[in-house]
Write a protein that binds this ligand. Structure first.
Ligand SMILES: [Zn+2]
Length: 401
């Protein structure tokens, strides 16, 4: 589903391209290198790694994303999708970044079209000579970005936010739906208690940053999944659902640890389907009962998978995940797509964060400790604020201020 929708954007925005070269010469004051151009996926792409010896560039692949930092600016490619995230800007590409063996290839368009525009005084590309050039003293890069201020815009608060925002914070489960019972949580403490504790701290951290918060629950009570999602309606910027993961007893299951974040989409992996089944299971406490793959209640997913919300949700998920992963003692398990009912009904960017594993001793201790809960709350709040700042930048520049 996501590939089809993203592809449509790329076709609409791609434009025509000259015949791709078989190699591009990259020239700097420090030396030159010729990089081979591959068309094995139907669009010109190049291996990133050789360039890192010459240009201020590094790359990493984690959990379906390729992170490429260029001159201190992070770019994210969702692997095999023709799209690039540059801060809050989603840039359609003629084709996606991909792995071939262990080698990361990114679209040539990024290097030859996008980088010269993004760092306009620092790099240029001559298509006739197939030559990418670092210009003059440009190796010392200023952060490009937009002009820092405009007299007509309201002044930012100390966290960089200029506009009022409302965030819905959803403490997963509650009441008769206890969530997972948590192998390494103390007796009487279940997922629903941990999610509420983190959610309350997240509420405080967001409010401290000038953000209005609506809680789906503030006590140990049952709230239906769709009722939660509809709380992010007219006046709502985004929706964050907080959960704790747990694995069933299979060999080695106690070793799995770390944090992962989901946004709405098709469940692409068995792991994602497992988590969706667990979190959607709360439906059995509601009228209508449990969910199957063909349930009409999932049809709403189709309607709401608009490009805009998907992209915004992907960006939000990415920012929250990277902040949360830094605060977490366990693994960075990355960003994934999944069919969550609680996300499906939201008409705003919505994410679900699995803050750790109650079946892992260290994760469970972290999640049950005030210090751990606080670290996660601060990290999630930081990710949310980062997202809102970028959203403000984007909407204000789109408005021509
Ligand atoms: Zn849960």
């Amino acid at each position: 589903m996501i590939h089809a929708t993203l592809l449509a954007v790329a076709v609409a925005g791609g434009g025509s391209h000259p015949v791709a070269p078989t190699a591009v010469l990259v020239a700097t004051a420090r030396g030159e290198i010729s990089i081979p151009i591959s068309a094995q996926r139907g669009h010109p792409a190049f291996p990133v790694e050789p360039l890192s010896r010459l240009l201020p560039l590094s790359s990493a692949v984690r959990n379906g994303w390729a992170m490429v930092e260029f001159a201190g600016v992070p770019f994210s490619f969702l692997l095999d999708a023709p799209v690039l995230l540059d801060g809050a800007t989603v840039v359609p590409m003629a084709g996606g970044a991909y792995l071939s063996g262990d080698t990361l290839f990114v679209p040539l368009q990024w290097l030859t079209d996008y980088i010269p525009r993004r760092f306009h005084e620092a790099y240029r590309y001559d298509p006739l000579a197939a030559r990418f050039e670092e210009v003059g003293l440009a190796a010392v890069i200023r952060s490009p970005g937009r002009p820092a201020s405009s007299s007509r815009r309201p002044a930012p608060n100390e966290f960089g936010l200029r506009l009022p925002h409302t965030v819905v914070v959803d403490a997963g489960h509650g009441g008769r739906d206890v969530g997972n019972i948590g192998l390494f949580l103390p007796r009487g403490i279940n997922e629903k208690h941990i999610t509420l504790a983190i959610a309350k701290r997240l509420e405080a951290e967001l409010e401290r940053r000038g953000i209005r918060v609506v809680m789906t629950r503030r006590t140990d009570r049952f709230v239906g999944l769709r009722e939660r999602a509809t709380m992010c309606a007219a006046v709502c910027d985004l929706f964050v659902s907080v959960h704790v993961d747990a694995l069933s007893r299979t060999p080695g299951y106690q070793r799995a640890n770390g944090v992962h974040t989901y946004f709405l989409g098709e469940a692409l992996t068995a792991e994602a389907r497992r988590v969706a089944a667990m979190e959607n299971d709360a439906l059995r406490y509601e009228a209508g009962g449990a969910l199957t793959q063909d349930d009409p209640r999932l049809f709403i997913l189709k309607d709401l998978q608009s490009n805009e919300i998907l992209r915004e949700s992907a960006l939000l998920a990415n920012l929250v995940q990277s902040n949360a992963a830094r605060a977490h003692p366990g693994r960075n398990r990355g960003v994934h797509q999944n069919r969550f009912v609680v996300l499906a009904v939201s008409t705003r960017p919505a994410i679900l964060i699995e803050t750790g594993y109650a079946t892992n001793r260290r994760d469970a201790q972290f999640l049950n400790s005030p210090a751990g809960q606080q670290r996660l709350a601060v990290a999630i709040a930081e990710g949310v604020v980062e997202y809102l700042r970028r959203y403000e930048d984007k909407t204000s520049s789109a408005g021509g201020s």
